[in-house]
Design a protein around this ligand. Sequence first.
Ligand SMILES: N[C@@H](CCC(=O)N[C@@H](CS)C(=O)NCC(=O)O)C(=O)O
Length: 212
Amino acid sequence: MKLFYTTNSPYARIARVAVIEAGIARSVEQIPALNRRDDNPVLDFSPVGRVPTLVADGMVITETRHVVEFIAAVSGCESLLGPRADNWTAIEQEGQILGFLDAVAFRVREDRRGELKSNELIDVEAKRCDRCLKYLDTEASGGKLSAFPVFRSVALASALDLMELHCFSPLWKTRFEALAAWFSEISSRVSMQETRPVLGMDKDRVINDNRI
Ligand SMILES: N[C@@H](CCC(=O)N[C@@H](CS)C(=O)NCC(=O)O)C(=O)O
């Protein structure tokens, strides 16, 4: 299996964590993508050209949720998946978490546009993030955030880590203590440590700016 990723993509990170947690790291070749470039190796397999992209058994699986479903199926690690089709409470929470993840990712990309960036759009995403953090803190206080490494908990941890890396909400840990406590426990897992986003030079000596 080949898994295309970029070091700082929170979506690809979910797939990379799933590979580690499912115990199949040795059967998956992880290949750095060159996002948004004409020589991106992902384009040899998928016209969409995004990460994560998993190539396996003659198939090209895209969209993070599907990639994790495939990893769960081949590894037999069904616990990665989280909600079943009829668990609407969990599905409801997963939707909110993925919306939060999209907001953080959008803000990183908009910030990167330098002078072209729209402060109005940044403000929209900052407010969206803040509302989501409040909701997620309430979920954490009620013990409703799922244990790791269920898909939606990995997605949430990846979003929070990227938000931290970019200092989007410097005081969030003091404002949202229950969520911060949940995140702190999860952050110590090996799968999270090994897939941390970085600015500068990453462990594969690939230069990173804040691209995702
Ligand atoms: N909905 C997709 C989002 C994936 C995504 O946005 N990936 C970004 C990196 S964070 C990407 O590869 N962007 C490159 C591009 O848009 O060309 C998923 O869940 O997999």
